[in-house]
Design a protein around this ligand. Structure first.
Ligand SMILES: [Zn+2]
Length: 429
């Protein structure tokens, strides 16, 4: 395993997520605001990516990939070459100017112009998951605010405002599902934000944490959340009319936005409607920052010993630990490792032949077979890494044909017969 853990908390006073992810060997800081995802962190990133991908496909999203390196001309067309202060500008060969994209309206809009011609081509939904760049003056709070970051952005194209409105509501609903699946649903508030020049409102998804740089206001009566900008001119809760708010620090993990014709106009993105008239295409955009999401997950799922990964996004399902040097223990642990890691079929017939596809149950096992670490060190590291189940094999447990199983989030240790282990883990996922 390509990683190194650091036991001591860092002296820096920063985000808990940054401290834990760096100490546990999930990420490594190359420079301020730029991170490497090590194998452990990369596994989490892939899990989150897959949750997002599955849900984007569920709302009709087609995945593609747009480049980060953009020509200056596209950004001049929308005026953002001059106005967007965080835009990364590069000078290339032949004195040509380029931007490193922080968002992709300047790429998707001229692209859509080549494909969308008629109302028959609408609506359409495309997304990509890709690295973006922000030329931040200061980068802080670890992976919560970075200069290079992975993001999912979905773009929707519509013939009418009504169609955008109904799709927007659909995405808002699936966003809640995504954050639930990532284990931060309870702490994440759909927050009313201003909509800019083309729409009255947009929505941010704000995860409450002290490491957050945003402030949100949550209605004490109905739980409706609004951001600072909106709270500035709203004395009463837009939902229930009550005027008492709870003020919370939060980090924005996602946002959804009705762009309207803001980007279709500069790129002349039009379609021919049923009545034969040319009309501008109406756009929506929907973002989620993956690194930030991981940071937010860790901010709300940890204790003094380390990370407590929600099962759906954990890098591994099981942290298998062998205790001591004995051959017997080593052999038993290796057998358990192989048996658990082997793809299995939930509904094997008696003859042992796999039944229907899609019933495979993989279990990802991290096996700590190091002989130069004490049991105390291995346990401390298991707590720091935060894998949902710890399974321990020792002389003592083998004497009872068993292993010790402990959930990271709980303190109780259970003795489970080895032959019942698979069943136990499936019924206690
Ligand atoms: Zn209210």
């Amino acid at each position: 395993m390509f990683y190194k853990t650091i036991r001591e908390k860092s002296a820096e006073t920063g985000a808990v997520s940054h401290d834990l992810l760096a100490r546990a060997g999930f990420v490594d800081q190359l420079m301020a605001g730029v991170y490497t995802f090590l194998p452990l962190g990369f596994r989490v990133l892939k899990k989150i990516e897959n949750i997002i991908r599955k849900n984007m496909e569920a709302v009709g999203g087609q995945e593609m990939l747009m480049p980060a390196l953009n020509p200056k001309e596209n950004w001049q067309k929308t005026g953002r070459w001059e106005t967007l202060d965080i835009l990364f500008k590069l000078k290339g060969a032949g004195d040509r100017d380029y931007a490193l994209a922080p968002t992709h309206e300047e790429v998707i809009s001229p692209l859509a112009k080549k494909i969308i011609l008629s109302y028959k081509d609408l609506p359409i939904y495309v997304f990509h998951i890709q690295n973006k760049f922000r030329n931040e003056l200061r980068a802080k709070s670890g992976i919560l605010r970075t200069r290079e970051f992975m993001m999912k952005d979905l773009y929707s194209f519509h013939a009418t405002q009504e169609d955008l409105d109904s799709y927007y509501a659909k995405v808002a609903k699936i966003y809640k599902k995504i954050f639930n699946e990532c284990g931060i649903g309870k702490n994440t508030h759909e927050t009313l934000a201003s909509g800019g020049s083309f729409s009255k409102y947009s929505h941010e998804y704000q995860t409450v944490t002290d490491a957050g740089e945003d402030i949100i206001f949550i209605c004490k009566k109905c739980g409706f959340a609004i951001n600072k900008e909106i709270a500035g001119d709203k004395k009463e809760c837009p939902n229930c009319g009550v005027t008492e708010y709870e003020e919370k620090k939060a980090v924005e993990v996602g946002n959804i936005f009705k762009l309207g014709t803001k980007y279709s106009l500069p790129f002349d993105l039009k379609f021919r409607d049923k009545d034969g008239k040319e009309k501008p295409v109406i756009l929506g955009c929907y973002g989620i920052g993956l690194g930030r999401l991981i940071g937010a997950v860790v901010e709300v799922n940890n204790d003094e010993k380390g990370i407590i990964w929600p099962k759906q996004v954990a890098p591994f399902d099981i942290h298998l630990i062998s205790v001591g040097e004995s051959i017997k223990v080593r052999r038993a642990a290796e057998k358990i490792y192989k048996d658990l890691s082997r793809p299995r079929f939930a509904n094997e017939s008696r003859r042992g032949s796999p039944t229907k596809p899609g019933q495979k149950k993989d279990v990802d096992v991290l096996y700590d077979d190091r002989s130069d670490k004490s049991i105390g060190e291995k346990f401390a590291e298991a707590d720091l890494l935060g894998i949902p189940h710890r399974v321990v094999v020792s002389e003592k447990t083998l004497a009872k044909n068993s292993v010790e199983v402990k959930e990271r989030a709980k303190s109780v240790v259970k003795l489970v017969k080895i032959k019942l282990l698979q069943k136990f883990l499936i019924s206690n996922p």
